[in-house]
Design a protein around this ligand. Structure first.
Ligand SMILES: Nc1nc2c(ncn2[C@@H]2O[C@H](COP(=O)(O)OP(=O)(O)OP(=O)(O)O)[C@@H](O)[C@H]2O)c(=O)[nH]1
Ligand SMILES: [Mg+2]
Length: 310
């Protein structure tokens, strides 16, 4: 099977294979990517993040249905953290999203991490490129938002949806610590629970402070705070209205292409960094390292020495 040609035609089997190759660092993946790359750059990538258990997967699932009812073809990249504790959750997601698995216009892939820094965002980026080449209109990327990896993955997206939930506990703190800055659409899910109004006010306040802190207001996008009960499909149409409005806003300002370009640029530099490090490690003189171990030379001087000998 000509994987590149097949996936451009929307063949899911081919798409899945390409993503697996890229995830496994199989050289065939890079070959496929080379021939499909010119066909990318069209999909609207939406990152969905927020604290554990906020209802991101349930929401993603409801968003798929809403997008399908609007005729959009939807790709989903679910980040599968290598943590042993997440096994159940991922399995649960599979079951929950199963209602879409027979739909030829929905393609769901979970990707793992190799445990190396940046590995996860690289795999997520590759998966998005393949789904983009397959012609999906919208790509949802779901991740649990706490660490740097998640912020990196969010940087992949044109539109970032932050999912919060009622309650003034640690979740709001986690959102405050970084995610508030990157959100384009805020959703308070589980609005059927107590404390919705207080959380909404807190979000509005944080967004107000965020807007005040930004001098450059040439680009006017005020992130909405939306109410949802993902479990009952409540508030989902409004969320899709907002993500579509944001995409339109980006296109009107030339930001859509700029963000996509910036993403490819960052990916290139990341790959180069990885390759450089690999090369440097291969050429590293073990005697110098041994000398550091023996405390004959300090780490800074040794690093300089090793660099010079490259
Ligand atoms: N009451 C209520 N429960 C909900 C709602 N949305 C999701 N849930 C429930 O909340 C739990 C967690 O939902 P998930 O969609 O798995 O949450 P998640 O954010 O994807 O979780 P992780 O991926 O593990 O971080 C599940 O039991 C859902 O059924 C809602 O709107 N209201
Ligand atoms: Mg989930």
């Amino acid at each position: 099977m000509d994987v590149a040609k097949e996936l451009l035609g929307g063949n899911m089997l081919a798409g899945g294979r390409a993503i697996r190759w890229l995830d496994d660092r199989d050289p065939r993946g890079a070959e496929v990517l080379a021939s499909v790359f010119p066909h990318t750059g069209r999909a609207h990538i939406i990152g969905i993040t927020g604290p554990p258990g906020a209802g991101k997967s349930t929401l993603a699932n409801a968003m798929i249905s809403q997008l399908r009812s609007r005729g959009r073809r939807v790709g989903v990249v679910a980040i599968d953290p290598s943590s042993p504790f997440s096994g159940g959750a991922i399995l649960g997601d599979r079951v929950r999203m199963a209602r879409h698995t027979l739909d030829a216009d929905v393609f769901i892939r979970s990707i793992g991490t190799r445990g190396q820094a940046g590995g996860l965002s690289r795999s997520a980026h590759d998966a998005c490129l393949i789904l983009d080449a397959m012609g999906f209109d919208v790509i949802l990327v779901e991740t649990v938002g706490v660490g740097q990896d998640e912020i990196d993955i969010v940087a992949l997206a044109h539109t970032t949806v932050i999912v919060g939930l009622p309650g003034l506990g640690d979740e709001v703190q986690a959102i405050k610590a970084g995610l508030m800055e990157v959100g384009d659409v805020f959703v308070i899910n589980k609005a059927d629970r107590e404390g919705y109004e207080a959380t909404r006010q807190q979000f509005e306040l944080m967004l107000h402070l965020r807007a005040e802190g930004r001098q450059d207001s040439s680009l006017h996008w005020s992130p909405p705070v939306l109410r949802a009960v993902a479990l009952n499909d409540e508030g989902i149409a409004e969320i899709i209205d907002a993500t579509e409005a944001h995409a339109q806003f980006l296109r009107d300002n030339g930001e859509f292409e700029r963000l996509s370009g910036q993403r490819e640029r960052a990916q290139t530099l990341g790959l180069m960094g990885e390759a450089l490090l690999q090369l440097a490690l291969e050429k590293t003189d073990p005697d110098v390292l041994a000398a550091v171990e023996a405390r004959e030379i300090d780490p800074y001087a040794a690093a300089r020495l090793l660099l010079r000998s490259l």
